[in-house]
Design a protein around this ligand. Structure first.
Ligand SMILES: NC(=O)c1ccc[n+]([C@@H]2O[C@H](COP(=O)([O-])OP(=O)(O)OC[C@H]3O[C@@H](n4cnc5c(N)ncnc54)[C@H](OP(=O)(O)O)[C@@H]3O)[C@@H](O)[C@H]2O)c1
Length: 250
């Protein structure tokens, strides 16, 4: 019997195959969880990560679904619950940023951003809530963003989706607390991933000037916070917004 913190637990990480999600999957697996690596487009990355986790002695599987498709989410998560008998940890990490100035933002960009970032998290949380309530334990961790707290020019849709995710987290925290399920949000600052790869040289310098700790974040910085919130050490923490942002927003 392993004495790892998350031994025997089943964790679903949406968008778990690359970027921040990849670091989260690796970290939860390193702590002993069986990780379900969700992807929508990046099948190769998810399969490669599954192999990487297994080579390190961990346990993982891949699972294809689009978080914005409520019927697909219900079907796949129901099947996963049937296979494993439970889901202990849900990390709503899948997200997109379709940035544009307000007057240039198309309806489709607004709708798609809300559909993936907000509705996707809602659908996944709803799909796992019953099994967690029945088990009288569970962890839902929503990856919001510092932009949801501070707002940002050119990111109206993204900021709205991420701010709403905080409202969703707090409401679910209140609703599920009596059943032993905690719900928290993490608000990353600027993290080096594909999402932030085309900021441009000047933009990065400008961003760095606003980060007291003087560096961009790493996916591992977020993964460590997720693992903490998923662990028994965080059993008395719910409805909170944990900023992992180098101090750029306080
Ligand atoms: N990077 C940052 O600075 C930063 C800051 C604050 C918050 N965040 C948040 O952190 C999360 C991860 O960001 P990241 O930087 O790692 O982004 P990323 O590198 O662009 O990766 C996005 C992830 O989301 C998945 N995804 C996108 N649409 C999906 C859908 N409809 N269904 C299922 N999965 C979907 C992608 O999987 P597929 O390729 O398979 O579609 C991918 O794994 C996002 O929610 C983002 O908003 C990031």
């Amino acid at each position: 019997m392993s004495d790892k913190l998350l031994n025997g637990q089943v964790a679903v990480v949406t968008g778990g195959g690359r970027g921040i999600g990849k670091a989260v999957s690796l970290e939860l697996a390193a702590h002993g969880a069986h990780v379900v690596i969700n992807y929508s487009r990046s099948a190769d990355a998810a399969e490669a990560l599954k192999k990487e986790i297994e080579a390190a002695g961990g346990s993982a599987e891949t699972s294809a679904f689009d978080v914005s498709d409520s019927a697909q989410v219900d079907e796949v998560l129901k099947a996963l619950i049937k296979t494993h008998g439970k889901i202990d940890i849900l990390v709503n990490n899948a997200g997109i940023a379709l940035d544009n100035l307000l007057v240039r933002t198309k309806d489709e960009e607004w709708e798609r951003t809300i559909a993936v970032n907000l509705s996707g998290s809602f659908y996944c949380a709803r799909a796992v809530a019953k099994t967690m309530m029945k088990a009288r334990s569970g962890r839902i961790i929503n990856i919001s963003s510092v932009i949801g707290e501070s707002g940002n020019a050119g990111q109206a849709a993204y900021a709205s989706s991420k701010a709403a995710l905080i409202g969703l987290s707090k409401s679910l925290a209140k609703e599920l607390a009596s059943r032993g399920v905690t719900v928290n949000a993490i608000t990353p600052g600027y993290i080096e991933t594909d999402m932030t790869s085309d900021l441009g040289e000047g933009a990065t310098e400008g961003i760095l000037a606003g980060i007291p700790l003087g560096r961009l974040g790493k996916s591992e910085d977020i993964a460590a916070a997720v693992a903490f919130l998923a662990s028994p050490h965080a059993s008395y923490i719910t409805g909170q917004v944990l900023g992992v942002n180098g101090g750029m927003y306080m």
